[in-house]
Design a protein around this ligand. Structure first.
Ligand code: FAD
Length: 503
């Protein structure tokens, strides 16, 4: 059916209003291009969405905001100040860690507090902490100056930007866990700092050592919560995009990216309406874009094979709980780790099962911004990593979610955190299937393509299509990677590539 054509071919069509899509739109519009975002859901934000219930306001996905300079740069690129749109509240102490034997470790971006806490857990560790921070600072600078923040298409020019000394200092061939072990003797400190690997799609025993920049980045630049929750940041970005003149069409799912003779022609909406465009950016997860939105003769098998060969990060069960009253004994961010640390990662990554000794994360954002819950009450978010949908033997995710919730509450009780069921005013649960169906996440993967050595930099799915001219990608599964700062950079990189090609 040939329905109304709803735009002009000069308009850049962006499919999806996640953070990557919004960032690309802001950069392109600031450079003078006409831009329209087509978002399937009723509001933008993607995984960084919001649930409002019974006076509580829950962020659906991301809850830890770091590298604020990335967002400051985004607003600056449009001649604006982030602080005029979003108020960032500092979270300190930043993240607490707890083990079943009730040992704890708490991170802070205040150096004196960090040194004191490391000294408590590993006496005599002061020089090690300082050496770790110095070493990770070098890695961080190399990563952002030379690797992450530019478009590079092949390994030679990617690594070619590095001197042999810089190359060596990245610890590419060492695992994250052994990299941490170069500095710290305490397994607790290594486990805590290595736990960031969970969100990168591997175990700290297999991910490359340069990911020590993740805990470093948080220690050096702080951990933040936008006022109004993470969605406060999304709203700020949306406001900026609209002010610049980006057209945003919500509740507007795209059915197909049309391409002919190796060139993109436009998109077709689920309504049947068509938009011609010579430049289409998909912010939909890359494997989903290629297997669901492209229907090009001769390429279907190739795209299906590529999606199947892409290693994805884990999926998650997430819980949004409105709790009457305060919860004693928990700060804003707490990560509960198992005693058998490696076993939990093996369960998740090798045996494809929800770990028997469960690692999970609890966030109480109303501790930092009381406006996220009715006066005196607590907004609670729980995240439990799970295997991907196709790999987990879970016949009924809803039933599984209830069983996992029971285990989470049991574990909390062991830490003295007792939440009587009658205090739960409201509750919502997202299973891996919810994440897949609501946001188009391939196989329910929460964080997109994994970050093993063969899926970073020029080895990761590029931000342009090699098969279809005029088709580009932005978001967690393309370069540079996952997480809010990275996808905002991804939007900048794709805009740069488009503008450079059009010059
Ligand atoms: C539970 C969870 C916790 C996380 N925690 C953190 C954290 O603490 N800190 C952090 O930095 N990062 C975190 N992340 C990662 C971070 O949320 C993501 O990396 C980032 O938000 C992904 O943005 P994106 O640009 O890839 O877009 P996405 O969020 O994937 O958005 C894509 C958009 O495309 C839309 N779409 C899909 N199909 C169509 C279609 N056919 N037509 C139109 N639109 C469509 C979707 O509705 C969605 O809005 C977390 C993620 C999850 C899921």
């Amino acid at each position: 059916m040939n329905r109304a054509n709803t735009g002009s071919a000069g308009t850049v069509a962006i499919i999806g209003g996640g953070l990557g899509g919004l960032s690309a739109a802001i950069h392109l519009r600031a450079a003078g291009r006409r831009v329209t975002i087509f978002e399937a859901n009723e509001r933008v934000g993607g995984r960084a969405n919001v649930i409002e219930k019974n006076g509580f306001r829950f962020d659906t996905g991301p809850s830890l905001l770091n590298y604020p300079w990335v967002f400051e740069e985004l607003f600056r690129s449009a001649g604006k100040n982030l602080s005029d749109y979003v108020t960032l509240l500092k979270v300190d102490p930043s993240v607490g860690f707890a083990w079943p034997d009730r040992t704890t470790f708490t991170l802070s971006s205040r150096l004196d507090a960090l040194l004191e806490e490391c000294e408590r857990v590993e006496p005599g560790s002061r020089p090690a902490v300082l050496a770790f921070l110095r070493d990770a600072a070098v890695k961080y600078r190399i990563a952002f100056d030379k690797l992450v923040n530019r478009n590079v298409d092949n390994a030679l020019s990617w690594f070619g930007a590095l001197s042999p000394r810089e190359m060596a200092s990245l610890s590419v061939w060492r695992s994250l866990y052994s990299e941490l072990g170069r500095f710290f003797k305490s397994p607790r400190i290594c486990e805590a700092l290595g736990s960031y690997g969970m969100y990168l799609g591997g175990s700290p025993h297999s991910l490359p050592g340069f990911f020590s920049i993740l805990p470093y980045g948080e220690l050096a630049y702080g951990l933040w919560l936008p006022e109004g929750g993470i969605y406060g940041l999304v709203s700020g970005m949306e406001k900026l995009a609209v002010e610049l003149g980006v057209e945003i069409r919500t509740s507007c799912p795209v059915d197909e990216i049309r391409a002919e003779h190796g060139r993109v022609e436009g998109i077709t909406l689920r309504s049947g309406d068509r938009l011609d465009s010579q430049t289409v950016i998909s912010n939909v997860d890359v494997p989903t874009t290629n297997t669901k939105l492209l229907r090009c003769n001769g390429l279907t098998g190739k795209f299906a094979a590529r999606a199947a060969n892409t290693r994805m990060t884990c999926s998650v069960l997430t819980y949004y709980l409105g709790i009457r009253g305060k919860i004693d004994g928990l700060g804003h961010h707490t990560i509960f780790l198992p005693l058998d640390y490696q076993g939990a990662f093996d369960d998740l990554n090798k045996h494809n099962r929800i770990p028997r000794d469960l690692p999970f994360y609890v966030s109480l954002p109303s501790e930092t911004d009381p406006g996220l819950a009715p006066a005196g009450d607590t907004a609670m978010f729980v995240l439990v990593p799970t295997p991907l949908i196709s790999e987990a033997c879970v016949p009924d995710w809803n039933a599984e979610a209830l069983e996992v919730k029971r285990r989470v509450f049991e574990r909390l009780m062991r830490h003295g955190v007792n939440i009587h069921p009658t205090r739960i005013v409201c509750e919502e649960i997202y299973t891996p299937e919810t994440w897949r169906d609501r946001f188009g996440l391939h196989n329910g993967s929460a964080f997109g393509a994994a970050h093993n050595l063969f899926q970073v930099g020029p080895f990761r799915d590029a931000n342009y299509s090699r098969e279809i001219a005029g088709l580009y990608y932005t978001g967690a599964s393309t370069t540079p990677g996952t997480g809010m700062p990275m996808v905002v950079l991804s939007g900048k990189l794709v805009a740069e590539r488009i503008l450079q090609r059009e010059r």
